[in-house]
Write a protein that binds this ligand. Structure first.
Ligand SMILES: [Zn+2]
Length: 321
């Protein structure tokens, strides 16, 4: 494990949302925290979120922090999803099956270490298929996935610092339009599992659209407890406009999905039956949008499926279709 540095990375342009910080108040210089700063701030804040419209999943525990995303951004996203629902007339129309093309970009070290085999890439796409179809439990979200292509790039800098070289890497490798799920695999440092861009950012920065995950999180990888490919499943949820189930803690509107019970803080491990909010319902620790271990994650809800379908219609579907 020559690249385990024991520090956490955040995406280029990322800031840490702490109680006293609001996105946009940081100067560009401080918007690129060192890993050490990020580590300290994350411990205090409990949650990594990114000012460039991306969200992350980590392996480490954290303290409560409802401010994982700016309320203004979330409100605007909700307004646009509502418009998409109105435009399409009914929820039934939004439930048409969608097959998402998946382009996987494997980044490896120059000696080839950290590469991901075609077999594991295929298993990752199968994991997306099984989870979004409800095969493991929960709702059938209506999404299916097909592998559109795999490429392997050997580049030390991209592999070891995908946060710093994100723009270079994506400019060179990204494929397709808003409908193509681009997944990049690299070394994210050991604690950070992945991050994703939210769909409304496609218009302004199409080249940055996609999901970055640690290569050890794909099925058969070296991250014990996080090796079933559910990191990419979780990040694809963000890519389709889902927030964490613990978004806003116990405070409305929570994650803006009506059938996921409120949850004060992220789950760690698999705390079955945990109930951290006064509102009805146990914490959704089995939801793919929580932070539980991979095996613990077994469901999306109907409401999440509907939100993702609305997001698809609003931001990712081919308007000519
Ligand atoms: Zn996340």
């Amino acid at each position: 494990m020559g690249h385990m540095r024991g520090i956490r990375h955040v995406a280029a342009g990322a800031v840490l949302m702490t109680a006293g910080l609001v996105a946009g108040t940081l100067t560009p210089a401080t918007a690129h925290p060192t890993a050490r700063t990020a580590d300290t701030a994350r411990s205090a804040a409990g949650q990594v979120a990114c000012a460039d419209g991306s969200m992350a999943r980590t392996r480490g525990p954290g303290a409560p922090d409802p401010n994982t995303y700016t309320p203004e951004e979330a409100e605007r996203l909700d307004r646009e999803l509502t418009l998409a629902r109105l435009r399409l007339g009914s929820d039934a129309a939004l439930r048409a099956p969608v097959t998402v093309p998946v382009a996987v970009h494997v980044i490896a070290d120059e000696d080839g270490s950290g590469s991901v085999s075609d077999t594991r890439v295929k298993r990752q796409v199968s994991a997306l298929e099984r989870t979004y179809s409800g095969e493991r439990g929960g709702a059938d979200t209506g999404f299916r996935f097909r592998l559109a292509g795999v490429d392997v790039t050997r580049n030390d800098r991209w592999f070891n610092r995908p946060d710093r070289y994100e723009r270079h890497m994506k400019r060179e490798l990204r494929e397709g339009g808003p409908e193509t799920l681009n997944i990049y695999t690299a070394d994210l440092g050991g604690e950070l599992l992945g991050w994703a861009t939210l769909p409304q950012r496609y218009r302004g920065a199409p080249e940055m659209d996609g999901v970055v995950v640690d290569h050890r999180s794909l099925p058969g990888g070296a991250f014990e407890g996080f090796d079933l490919g559910h990191t990419a499943v979780h990040e694809a949820g963000h890519w389709l406009a889902l927030f964490h189930t613990f978004q806003n803690g116990c405070v409305p509107p929570g994650d803006r999905v009506s059938d996921t019970p409120y949850e004060r803080i992220e789950a760690e491990g698999c705390p079955d039956g945990r109930d951290t909010c006064p509102a009805p319902g146990d914490d959704p620790v089995h939801n793919y949008m929580d932070y539980s271990k991979d095996a613990c994650m077994t469901e999306f809800t109907e409401g999440q499926g509907e939100r993702m379908q609305a997001a698809w219609a609003a931001y990712r579907a081919d308007p000519a279709r």
